[in-house]
Design a protein around this ligand. Structure first.
Ligand code: KG4
Ligand code: ZN
Length: 363
């Protein structure tokens, strides 16, 4: 079974061809990072326009790389939420038009189910039950998954997503966009124990997260910092102009490492607690922030201490892509092929705040 996956929920225009739910024949991603970099974050209107321009060429490239034509595709799959409504609509509209004209079934996929499904492209036998930590630019959610396609939400962020906090710190200090990979790189040259930034809600019973406090703590710390001659590095919270001294660079790297450590500690501590409480047999970490080197290292260490395996997708499958959407669709389709063959998808819509629901419950 060949599935064409389409993903346009945020700032990546992506299409992929996946065979039998696991073999990635092509995975094309047109990133809009250069468009949004000037603003330090995604501008919804620009994202939407860029998807309109890029989606058809991206699909053509995915088909070409997989050496297939549209006629060879058995099932179409598209992200219908959550995300930016204008961006989602581009993918949903084109997917509906293609499915209708080809007379093929269309599977609507939840973006976070896509992220979690990415793990099955490389590790088809993840032991259940497992804890899934979804950490991206828009979400920080912790799920208990008794089996594939079943999601019991344990906690989520009450304010900023983990990736959003990386992006905002990088924007504040004019480091570039997206902030995660930049902070990760600078942190590798810094000392994670140099500054103690707060780890919110660690002493509370809840599995919820909060990352807005650490962002504010970094802001206050940088404003108060002084160089060796007692002068301030910055006079206001525009943090401009940036100092060029080696002394600043060293401080900056320590701040990045200490900030990253605070975020990683919160993510790892709550995940570990969830493992102990639910007696899960594995941990799955997905979403763009799953690329983070410190998170990967510390989560693996925690897995070893708990005696369970920890799974991360390859970096290209952590950030937004359409292979994960096709993979999720394959599972949903296999659970209920007739449902998808007979359903009328013409009223399918984009849902910016779609809730993640179980595969079997929906089918
Ligand atoms: O999953 P994704 O591509 O898009 C969303 O669904 O949001 O995640 C993008 C997020 C951005 O916030 C980006 O800064 C973050 O993932 N990210 C990272 C790293 N690479 C990407 N955060 C921390 N460390 C990284 N190495
Ligand atoms: Zn995502």
């Amino acid at each position: 079974m060949l599935i064409l996956g389409i993903e346009t929920s945020c700032d990546e225009t992506a299409a992929a061809v996946v065979a039998d739910g696991s073999e990635v024949r092509s995975n094309i991603i047109a990133s809009q990072h250069t468009i949004h970099a000037a603003y330090g974050g995604v501008v919804p209107e620009l994202a939407c326009r860029s998807h309109i321009e890029n989606l058809q060429p991206v699909i053509a490239a995915a088909l070409e790389q997989a050496h297939v034509t549209l006629g060879d595709i058995d099932v179409l799959a598209v992200t219908h939420g959550p995300g930016l409504v204008g961006a989602l609509l581009v993918g949903v509209s084109l997917a509906k038009a293609l499915a209708y004209s080809l007379g093929k079934p269309l599977v609507a996929v939840h973006h976070l189910e896509g992220h979690i499904s990415a793990i099955y492209l490389e590790y088809p036998a993840v032991p259940s039950p497992y804890i899934a930590l979804v950490v991206s630019g828009g979400h920080t959610d912790l799920y208990y998954c008794p089996q594939r396609g079943h999601y019991v939400v344990l906690g989520r962020t009450r304010d900023d997503a983990a990736g959003e906090s990386f992006d905002k710190i990088a924007k504040m200090l004019h480091l570039g966009y997206p902030g995660g990979p930049i902070v990760d790189r600078l942190a590798q040259q810094g000392d994670p124990s140099a500054i103690h930034f707060p780890r919110a809600m660690l002493d509370k019973e809840t599995f919820d997260f909060s990352f807005s406090g650490v962002k504010t703590a970094v802001r206050s710390h940088v404003l108060q910092m002084r160089d060796t001659r007692g002068g301030r590095f910055f006079h206001d919270d525009l943090f401009w102009p940036l100092p060029t001294s080696l002394e600043w660079e060293s401080h900056r790297n320590n701040i990045m490492a200490s900030f990253q450590q605070a975020v990683v500690d919160a993510l790892v501590t709550k995940t570990r607690r969830a493992v102990v409480q639910t007696e899960a047999r594995a941990v799955v970490v997905v979403g763009g922030v799953a690329c983070n080197s410190a998170l990967r290292r510390e989560m693996h260490r925690t897995g070893e201490e708990c005696g369970i395996p920890v799974f991360f997708p390859s970096p290209i499958l952590c950030t937004d892509n359409a292979a994960m959407i096709a993979c999720a669709a394959a599972h949903r389709y296999q659970m209920a092929p007739r449902y998808y063959q007979e359903q009328c998808f013409l009223d399918l819509d984009a849902w910016p705040d779609l809730i993640l629901s179980n595969v079997l419950a929906e089918a």
